[in-house]
Design a protein around this ligand. Structure first.
Ligand SMILES: *Cc1c(COP(=O)(O)O)cnc(C)c1O
Length: 370
């Protein structure tokens, strides 16, 4: 049996070369593995054009671990963090700040509304005690793209710190560290770089990291300690995800050979267009207007037909070889389809065909919501 194609935004479908890179066992103390770590970290800074003032700190775990470590290490205990909230990953940041006992100010937005630079500016102007802004770049809960360059410019102008959750955008959507000023930019192995899940990484402003001593209340999540140990020994503190790192090395090699960020964005845009056009032809409606849609993950309204049921729909599409993603919205019934991974537009066309066949099997006739 062939394995199913993942239309989920991490874990995602990886190439055969990336999978093969995991067939070697690495010694975590060995020089060859240390060189692998150093080369990956160097490339991860390069991908966003980071310079000498930026460093990469890798961290074991899923992306959320890296977000929590960044907030716990780089945001001081007496900080006050503004969180523009237009989706579930923004809400996760607010929850993390609660656990970390860092004060949060939520700037509520609708889920179809991009983070509003003017409102962020007004909030910073109105409250000088806000020290940081934590901004999700692509809100994967809906697929909306937030205007990071505008927001970063405002935060810099007001002299506050910026922490960016760029998990689902890093590598595909341009982020230029020479023009976008941040304290921390967070992403992970198993998203647009098309590695396997298991490690996150933080591109940190070196001067901010160096001042972070004593902030973290967690040993395992202390990025400063992780970075200092890495500087001193070339090794990760604690057991590294060796196979994940080896796969990421290979994934980055492919990323570069394919043309880097512009090529990745072009392929994902083609994937997204093939998906959205095909689904619209079947009658589906996207949750977001095209102008706000990042080519990373698309939220579709569930068909209003009484014969539609997500669990059954999911199983039948899965039997045809494709794994979809449930919706993450509370108010409306939706499902999501990822555009990222080692797949091209032909695969997305096959997904649409599998969805069409599934609707027929289920007897779903009313597809268009509203
Ligand atoms: C994937 C993702 C994360 C991390 O989620 P994990 O499940 O911990 O990997 C964080 N933020 C965004 C925007 C994401 O897309």
């Amino acid at each position: 049996m062939t394995e199913p194609i993942l239309l989920t935004p991490g874990p995602l479908t990886t190439s055969a070369a990336t999978k093969s890179a995991m067939l070697t066992d690495w010694g975590s103390w060995d020089g060859a593995f240390n060189a692998l770590t150093a080369s990956v970290c160097r490339d991860l800074v390069d991908i966003v054009d980071g310079k000498d003032e930026h460093v990469c700190v890798p961290l074991q775990g899923s992306g959320t671990f890296a977000v929590e470590a960044a907030l716990g290490t780089l945001v001081p205990r007496n900080a006050k963090v503004l969180v523009p909230d237009n989706g579930s990953y923004c809400k996760r940041i607010v929850r993390i700040l609660g656990y970390l006992e860092r004060e949060a100010v939520v700037l509520a937005h609708g889920e179809q509304e991009p983070a509003n630079p003017a409102r962020i500016e007004a909030a910073l102007a109105a409250d000088p005690s806000i020290t940081h802004v934590a901004q999700v770049h692509c809100e994967t809960g809906t697929g909306i793209l937030n205007p990071l360059p505008e927001i970063a410019a405002i935060v810099a102008r007001h002299g506050r710190g910026l922490v960016i959750d760029a998990m689902s955008s890093y590598g595909a959507i341009p982020i230029d560290a020479r023009t976008i000023r941040f304290d921390a930019l967070i992403a992970a192995s198993g998203k647009c770089l098309e590695g396997v899940p298991g490690m996150g990484f933080i591109i940190a402003r070196k001067s901010v990291l160096e001042r972070a001593s004593g902030n973290s209340r967690s040993l395992a999540m202390d990025l400063l300690d992780q970075w200092q140990y890495l500087q001193k020994t070339g090794q990760w503190r604690f057991t590294p995800p060796t196979h994940v790192l080896a796969a990421l090395r290979t994934a980055i090699d492919q990323y570069r050979a394919q043309g880097g960020q512009p090529a990745r964005l072009a392929r994902y845009s083609e994937n997204c267009a093939a998906l959205v056009n095909g689904m619209r032809a079947l009658g589906f409606k996207t949750f977001l207007p095209d102008a706000l849609q990042a080519p990373i993950i698309v939220t579709f309204h569930a068909p209003p037909d009484p014969r539609y049921d997500f669990t059954d729909f999911y199983k039948r599409v899965r039997d045809k070889g494709f794994i979809l993603y449930p919706g993450k919205l509370t108010a409306v019934d939706t499902f999501r389809v990822g555009c990222i991974g080692a797949i091209g537009p032909d695969t997305l066309k096959q997904v649409v065909a599998a969805v069409a066949a599934t609707l027929k099997e289920m007897g779903v006739e009313r597809v268009a919501a509203g």
